[in-house]
Design a protein around this ligand. Sequence first.
Ligand SMILES: C[S@@+](CC[C@H](N)C(=O)[O-])C[C@H]1O[C@@H](n2cnc3c(N)ncnc32)[C@H](O)[C@@H]1O
Length: 238
Amino acid sequence: MDITARLQRLDPTLCLYFEGDWKMPAEGESPGKFLSFNDAGLECETGELLYSFIRMLKPDHVLETGTHVGIGASYMGKALQDNEKGHLDTVEFLPEIHLRACERIYGAMKLAGIVTCHLGDVANFNPYIGEGRSSDSPWQYQMILLDTEPQTRFAELIKFMPFLEPGGYVFIHDLGRHMAQVQAVHPDHPETPYWPWGPLPQQIKDWVKDGQLRPFHFENPRGLTGFYKPSSQDYKWV
Ligand SMILES: C[S@@+](CC[C@H](N)C(=O)[O-])C[C@H]1O[C@@H](n2cnc3c(N)ncnc32)[C@H](O)[C@@H]1O
């Protein structure tokens, strides 16, 4: 059974909609469109990609910024559970939304001990704090998904880059191959160039130019950009 159907069986409140027009597919209808459980969470296909990615990577530590009601955390948590190893930290700052995620993750999905739903602002989230870690032995993540608000995700990449293990991957949801640098000024938001993302920070440009991050892209409806952090074991292209 595919992972999306498994999540629906565990939590029958999860209904499928076509991404974009939000109509429910008719029985057996499969017109090649993307699907979602809601308009804030990951598309099901993106969830399935991250599920498979984690099954392949077998990470010890994964981080998600922006839990919402736990769609991404359900896909990634189930992959860790199926791997029989690994842990996901997921961070949400709205208490009511965090509570709904906890109900889903610890209740229907049965992911207690595998996923920790943290309540708080990602800007204050400290990967040093928590069971089994300290400032002397911080956790290094092998995979990170940045999925809060577009205007904070570049800053999150900068914040969490030191906690990404070499050979690890970061994904930024909703970000296309243009890196959101296509519209200089939005008429309703003249104060923020490239609204809502803002300009790409020089630090990130330098990491890509210096080869410390290698970007890659998936053309799903909302966009998904990944970065690979090279490992010293990688072949040197000399
Ligand atoms: C796009 S939704 C995340 C969807 C989620 N990853 C999923 O797949 O279901 C963004 C969430 O990030 C939360 N958020 C936004 N800014 C945040 C911040 N600075 N710290 C923590 N949570 C934040 C919002 O409240 C919202 O629930």
